[in-house]
Ligand binder design. Structure first.
Ligand code: BGC
Length: 630
């Protein structure tokens, strides 16, 4: 790697003691890929009206666009498909490709013909789309500690995403989750900033590739800046609320734990950064001028653009402050939302470049135009934002004269291919952490009893952010292999496989494999005050144990759970995290086709008193880095 291109990356990595990165063979573009077209951008900017500039700074959610002609009318800089915002025609690769093509073409019919950039959450593969390969969630990838593999996975994710015409991926999440009660813990690679930094850089390289203008690369969005993983546990109306919360900490802590992935991924060429919903010491990041402008843009030298999170700027001035109605009509009959204009003013002046929103796009554009005309937002700030957005579009090849929305036919063929699945299976294998005692199993034993609600459920295996935003038990995820299906395939013809959901009926078998854990969730819906296994899962384990056979527990979870007595009831425990569609990666380890190499990327607490990490001096159940092998 030509080290001179990455001065601050090397500085950061050396400080963190990370060296493995330097052994990666290929690398993404240097940060200068972003500024190469600045002269053309200046000329283009001179032709743009204020309304057109405001349009570039707007990113509505596809399903909230009232009339697709609005794409042309307002010249949106981007459209996103947020969780569960699928094409109207269906959910296959072709449906997505057509939906995106239609949007792109409408944007090219604007006066200046500036194409939009479509964005999506392909956070563990192109996870919204039927037939895509679903990789393990980041918590599992953290346990692999294999940056070359994460780079490869990200390359495949970019390819499957480009097979649907999409150029921009809201990943990697480089949160450093410090409190596993947080519902987004699984989106983070590790509680350790050095590991998150190393794998975050590998992901940016894989997504963006060596040739961003080529048909296989996608722009990354490193998220969620900054300290989304450091928010405090509080109860709101009796319910745990960590997500979108407040990171209460001094600047030295923010800089040593939560900031490190940013300089490194910026130096690796990341084109965009998504700003967190959360706050730092009571000030929302979406309006945090010091962190957004002074730190990210000036100090770290970020030249791409900042995108706000989903309707996040609406929270900057709470609408509850006023006694006026939430929405009213102005003299021209347009909808005006209480305090919204002020939210826009704070966010844009703080340094936000593009705003992710749902229905409020006209109002956003109108508010911004008024704010500039009233002198409350400087035109220079708008020009800076649009320059940054156009930089990314130039760099992604969207502004090329011969740019075509046509998808590379090779990518369509490779979508969900066996080759891609083989990489996912490797990732599953490497992500499994053996926590306790004996394995492997013999594949020629007389009878294996399989139990637990996770054994034959791809929805549970994949977790949140799969097909739907929240994921779903029993979800329809074409092309995947459940652990039960993989196990049936892995055993010889002389081995009988019996099954019960609740663990009964195992007596007489040589072993019971029990697959339990957490049902799918995403974001705040996964915030939990208590992390014991569910009572049905505990009963399943107890039933299997009562049959008098050895019990192998496979945990499908988005975080370490409090195991209590379960540790003594089971003869082996495997943390499989949220492995995705390739269940055979689990059986590869169970039957010793490969030895476990996964190492915990999070501390596994013995009790709730040991959460957040570092609260207790007592030894955890399993420390960070723990993992047995054969
Ligand atoms: C999440 C982001 C995501 C965005 C767009 C938000 O709710 O916080 O991680 O990228 O939605 O779907």
């Amino acid at each position: 790697m030509p080290t001179s291109l990455f001065p601050s990356l090397n500085r950061t990595l050396t400080a963190l003691g990370v060296t493995a990165l330097c052994s990666l063979s290929s690398f993404a573009a240097s940060p200068s890929w972003l500024t190469a077209h600045d002269a053309e951008i200046k000329a283009l900017l001179a032709k743009m009206t204020l309304e057109e500039k405001a349009g570039q700074m707007t990113q509505p959610n596809y399903k909230d666009i009232r009339d697709l002609a609005d794409i042309k009318k307002y010249g949106f800089g981007s459209v996103l498909s947020g969780g569960s915002s699928d094409p109207k025609t269906g959910n296959g690769q072709k449906d997505w490709e057509q939906m995106v093509r239609e949007c792109m073409e409408l944007s090219r019919q604007t006066r200046l013909g500036i194409p939009m950039i479509y964005g999506v959450d392909a956070v563990h593969g192109h996870n919204n789309v039927h037939g895509a390969v679903i990789f393990p969630h980041n918590i599992g990838l953290g346990a692999t500690r294999n940056p070359a593999l994460i780079q490869k996975i990200s390359e495949i994710t970019a390819k499957e995403t480009r097979a649907t015409g999409i150029h921009w991926i809201f990943a990697p999440c480089v949160a450093v989750p410090r409190d596993i009660r947080w519902g987004r813990t699984y989106e983070g690679y590790s509680e350790d900033p050095a590991l998150v930094t190393q794998l975050g850089v590998a992901a940016v390289r894989g997504l963006q590739g060596a040739d961003l203008t080529g048909p296989h690369a996608a722009i990354a969005s490193v998220k969620h800046a900054i300290a989304d993983g450091g928010t405090q546990f509080v109860l709101k109306a009796g319910k745990p609320a960590i997500d979108q919360g407040d990171a209460v900490m001094d600047e030295a802590t923010l800089r040593s734990i939560h900031l490190p992935p940013y300089p490194a991924t910026i130096d690796a060429g990341a084109g965009t950064i998504m700003v967190s919903f959360s706050s730092w010491n009571g000030v929302k990041l979406s309006g945090h001028k010091y962190l957004l402008t002074d730190v990210i843009k000036k100090e770290l030298g970020f030249e791409g653009f900042l995108i706000s999170d989903y309707n996040a700027i609406d929270q900057l001035v709470p609408a509850t402050d006023s006694t006026q109605p939430l929405e009213s009509n102005n003299a021209s009959g347009q909808v005006v939302t209480r305090n919204y204009k002020q939210c826009v003013e704070i966010a844009i002046n703080a340094g936000m470049d593009m705003v992710m929103l749902t229905k409020r796009y006209e109002e956003f554009i109108r508010s911004l135009v008024e704010l500039v005309n009233e002198g409350r937002v400087p035109m220079s700030r708008v020009d800076d934002a649009v320059t940054r957005i156009l930089r990314v579009k130039y760099a992604a090849g969207l502004m090329k004269k011969d740019f075509s929305t046509q998808v590379d036919a090779k990518l369509e063929k490779e979508f969900g291919s066996e080759e891609h699945r083989a990489v996912a299976r490797q990732a599953v294998r490497e992500s499994l952490v053996l926590l306790n005692k004996v394995l492997p199993l013999s594949s020629s034993t007389k009878r294996i009893h399989v139990a637990g609600r996770g054994a034959d459920d791809l929805g549970m295996q994949c977790g949140g952010w799969t097909i739907d935003w929240q994921g779903k038990l029993g979800a329809d995820i074409p092309g995947g292999t459940t652990i039960l299906a993989a196990l049936r395939k892995a055993v010889g013809s002389s081995t009988e496989v019996t099954v019960s959901r609740d663990g009964t009926g195992a007596a007489g078998a040589s072993v019971a494999v029990v697959v339990v854990g957490e049902p799918p969730y995403a974001e705040s819906k996964g915030d939990r005050a208590e992390l014991s296994l569910d009572k049905d899962d505990l009963a399943t384990i107890a039933n299997a144990k009562a049959s008098g056979v050895p019990v192998v527990l496979v945990l499908l979870t988005g975080r370490p759970m409090i195991l209590g007595d379960v540790v003594d009831q089971c003869d082996a425990i495997v943390a499989a995290w949220l492995p995705g569609t390739e269940g055979a990666g689990v059986t590869d380890i169970l039957f010793g086709k490969a030895s476990p190499t996964g190492k915990l990327s999070f501390t596994w607490p013995r009790s709730m008193e040991q959460i957040p990490v570092g609260t207790s001096k007592e030894a955890p159940l399993y420390p960070l880095g723990f993992g047995l092998t054969y």
